[in-house]
Design a protein around this ligand. Structure first.
Ligand code: BJW
Length: 229
C-alpha cells in the first residue's frame, strides 16, 4: 500500500491578516515608525523595557479580540482529517490556529499568551499586561517576567523537531510569510533538498518564491480553503 504523504505547513503573519492582525513588513508597519528589528531584540528590551513591554501588552490585548478566519479553519479541518503525518509550524504569536481547532501545531517564535519567567524559566499562561512587573505565578519572583517571544538573535523554539519534520515530509507548504526571517525562510530549501514537493500560498511572490515548485498568489482566506478542499 502506498505511503500517505506527510505534510509540513509553515504559516506567517499573512494567514492572520484577514483576522485583523497586522503583518510585520507591509506598508504602514506594525509599530508606529519602529522597524520590528529594532524593537524585537534582547538589546531593545535591556535598553528600554517599558517601551518593549507596552508594545507587547498592546498586541497581547489586541489578539484576544480577533477571531480565526477561513484559512485557519481550513487548516484545522485538514489537521483533523489528514490520516498521515502533519505538522503546522507557525511563526505567529497569536493563538488563532488553536482557536480554529488546530492541534498538530508548534509556535517557533513563541506566543503572546504565555510569559517567560527569567527567575524560574517557567512559562505560565498569561493574558494580562506585563508593564506593571507582576510576580510569577509559579515561583513568586517579582518583575522577572518577559514576553515569551523569540526576538532577533534568539534561537527559535523546537528547531530539532522542525528540521526532523521538514526533512521527512513529502509536501512542504508555506502560507502568508514574506521569507525575510531565518531560519524559517530557509526551510523550503531544506525540504526541497530532501525531495519534498514545495508550494507557496501568499498574497504576492515572497522573497523566497523562487525556491518553490509552485506559487499561488491571493488572499489566504481564498487560497487555503481552495487548496485544502
Ligand atoms: C498575505 C495576506 C493575506 C499579507 N493572505 N498572504 C542575515 C542573513 C540571514 C539571517 C540573519 C541575518 N542577520 C540576522 C539574521 C538572523 C535573523 C534574521 O532572519 N534576520 C533577518 C531580518 C535577516 N533571525 C534571527 O535572529 C532568528 N534567530 C536565529 O537566527 O537564531 C540562530 C539560529 C541559527 C541556526 C538555526 C536556528 C537558529 C530569530 C528570528 C525571530 C523573529 N521574531 C519575529 C518577532 C517576534 C516578536 C513580535 O511578534 O513582535 O517574528 S520577527 C517577525 O518576522 C515575527 C514573524 O514571525 C517573522 C516573520 O514574519 P512573517 O510572518 O513572514 O510576516 P511578514 O510581515 O514579513 O510577511 C507577511 C506576508 O504575508 C507578506 O509576504 C504578505 O504579502 C503576505 N500577506 N496579507 C496571504 N491576506
Amino acid at each position: 500500500m502506498a505511503k500517505i504523504p506527510s505534510i509540513v505547513i509553515l504559516t506567517g503573519a499573512g494567514v492572520s491578516a484577514e483576522s485583523g492582525i497586522d503583518t510585520f513588513r507591509s506598508e504602514g508597519g506594525l509599530w508606529e515608525q519602529h522597524r520590528v528589528e529594532d524593537v524585537a531584540t534582547p538589546e531593545a528590551f535591556a535598553r528600554d523595557p517599558d517601551l518593549v513591554l507596552r508594545f507587547y501588552d498592546m498586541r497581547r490585548a489586541a489578539i484576544q479580540t480577533k477571531q480565526p478566519n477561513a484559512a485557519h479553519e481550513a487548516l484545522a479541518r485538514l489537521d483533523a482529517e489528514w490520516p498521515g503525518e502533519l505538522l503546522i509550524i507557525t511563526q505567529n504569536v497569536d493563538d488563532l490556529h488553536e482557536r480554529a481547532g488546530g492541534s498538530r501545531l508548534l509556535h517557533m517564535h513563541g506566543t503572546h499568551l504565555t510569559a517567560w519567567c527569567l527567575a524560574c524559566d517557567g512559562r505560565p499562561e498569561w493574558r494580562e499586561p506585563l508593564i506593571d512587573r507582576p510576580a510569577c505565578p509559579q515561583c513568586g519572583a517579582a518583575g522577572q517576567m518577559r514576553p515569551d517571544i523569540v526576538w532577533f538573535g534568539e534561537m527559535p523554539y523546537e528547531m530539532e523537531r522542525i528540521y526532523a519534520a521538514v526533512g521527512a515530509c513529502d509536501l512542504f507548504v508555506s502560507i502568508g510569510t514574506s521569507g525575510a526571517v531565518y531560519p524559517a525562510a530557509g526551510l523550503v530549501r531544506e525540504a526541497r533538498a530532501r525531495g519534498a514537493m514545495t508550494l507557496e500560498l501568499n498574497l504576492e511572490p515572497s522573497q523566497g518564491s523562487y525556491f518553490f515548485h509552485e506559487s499561488r498568489h491571493g488572499p489566504a482566506t481564498r487560497l487555503v480553503p481552495e487548496w485544502v478542499s
